[in-house]
Design a protein around this ligand. Structure first.
Ligand code: HAM
Length: 420
């Protein structure tokens, strides 16, 4: 019997996984620069958390959650996104007691039962950040800046940032009526999705790609903002201007999750078929209170890692290959093999990436392995060398070689590797 992975999931094998590690390291390093600390929350939560947090009428909650009843008769869901769990952890652990703005980040798998296609999976990964405890619009700009810098430092080209303000729930409720007034006469002409969205979540109708042409002259949420919302949005934009982050105000941008207030934004890049959104986020004042904590404003983003990797590949961005070895040890003969095992251990003790053959292959095959691993040095230990208590250390870049006393081999190799 043979097994296949479940639909919409992926195996990340050596050769690819190094790219992921590199991207994750970049995320961690950038978070350190912006003072975001890592948080790890459960991969499953009580279903009710997502119903309340993400919104009952969102596609994510209505159609896409992996929900099951556990043996204790509780309804549990695999997390479809990171924000609700982090907000729960923030409230449950009373992190709002901290004097400073709480800045958290996470990297991990999320689960949505969606129709898989390029860039869309049922298990996917997000790098996300969430900042709590301040309603300052400059914090919204900081969140956008961190995402932008992340993409930029990875070498991604042509990233665009779409920004909008979705106001407050009160403003949205009034706008909803206005929008329904505009949409009602054309309801029959709209696609099925739009028709059902009109009943459940009318703001998302404007998001529809298929019916876009019909929405010419539709009322814009941006025009319905009150003075507070307008001024919040203006400061976000001014801060982005001052940081030199290019953006595009997109009045039609409404995110698929219900919790946003004020700023909503998306990062876009071309390169994976119909999908162009590689990350998104926004402010969510009110969510902490809704989930049961002391009310605190929050803002954050979630960036899709699979989409990022696909676009980096599409744009042929070079990601450093960390598979490279420092030293490949070649031993010839039983006695040399024995000595090589301890040399290898000492090389690794010195902090070098080193390996040897374990299949008794000929010298030529071992040299090929050294090439395959792009080893910087090859340490050759034959019977002659062993008799003299030496090894030959060959520099693979220029072909030069030198004999080194076996007892000093590890230290010397480490010194040479550090010299570059
Ligand atoms: P989201 O827009 O639902 O937002 O997802 C963020 C990103 O996750 C998307 O832009 C996309 O790159 C990736 N993504 C979503 N679904 C899939 C999928 N099925 N396959 C591959 N990638 C996917 C959120 O999740 C919010 N929690 C973001 C946030 C954080 N807002 C505030 N804080």
């Amino acid at each position: 019997m043979s097994f296949q992975k479940p639909k919409g999931t992926q195996d990340f094998l050596p050769g690819t996984v190094e790219k992921w590690q590199y991207i994750e390291e970049k995320a961690r390093e950038l978070c350190r620069r912006f003072r975001y600390s890592e948080v790890r929350t459960p991969i499953f939560e009580h279903t009710e958390l997502f119903v309340r947090g993400v919104g009952e009428t969102t596609d994510v909650v209505e159609k896409e959650m992996y929900t099951f009843v556990d043996k204790g008769d509780r309804s549990i869901s695999l997390r479809p996104e990171g924000t609700a769990g982090v907000v729960r952890a923030y409230a449950e652990n009373k992190l709002y007691g901290e004097p400073d703005v709480t800045k958290l980040f996470y990297i991990g798998p999320m689960f949505r039962y969606e129709r898989p296609q390029a860039g869309r999976y049922r298990q996917f990964h997000q790098f996300g950040i969430e900042a709590f405890g301040s309603a300052d619009p400059r914090l919204d700009a900081e969140v956008i800046a961190l995402g932008y810098l992340f993409y930029k430092e990875l070498g991604l080209k042509n990233i665009s940032v779409d920004v909008n303000s979705v106001g407050t729930p009160e403003i949205r409720a009034a706008f909803r009526e206005k929008l329904l007034g505009f949409l009602a006469p054309m309801k029959e002409e709209l696609c099925k999705d739009c028709q059902s969205r009109m009943d459940r979540n009318p703001l998302r109708v404007l998001d529809c790609k298929q019916d876009q042409a019909k929405f010419e002259g539709a009322p814009a949420l941006l025009d319905s903002l009150d003075e507070d919302c307008r001024s919040h949005f203006d400061i976000v934009l001014r801060s982005l201007d001052q940081m030199g982050i290019p953006y595009h105000v997109n009045p039609k941008l409404v995110r698929g999750l219900d919790y946003y207030t004020h700023t909503a934004f998306e990062f876009k890049a071309e390169g994976i078929g119909a999908i162009d959104t590689i990350g998104g986020g926004g402010r969510y004042n009110g969510l902490v209170g809704d989930i049961g904590g002391q009310d605190q404003p929050g803002v954050g983003f979630g960036l899709g890692m699979e989409r990022l990797v696909l676009i980096l590949e599409h744009q042929k961005v070079d990601i450093p290959d960390r598979q490279q070895l420092d030293v490949y040890v070649i031993a010839l003969g039983e006695a040399a093999e024995q000595e090589a095992a301890s040399l290898l251990y000492r090389l690794r003790e010195q902090g070098l990436a080193a390996d040897k053959d374990y299949q008794e292959r000929k010298m030529k095959a071992q040299m090929k392995s050294a090439d395959r691993f792009r080893s910087r040095f090859v340490a050759i230990l034959g019977e002659d060398e062993l008799a003299k208590g030496e090894i030959i250390l060959k520099n693979m870049a220029d072909g030069s070689q030198q004999s080194i006393p076996l007892a000093e081999a590890a230290e010397t190799a480490a010194r040479l590797c550090k010299q570059g």
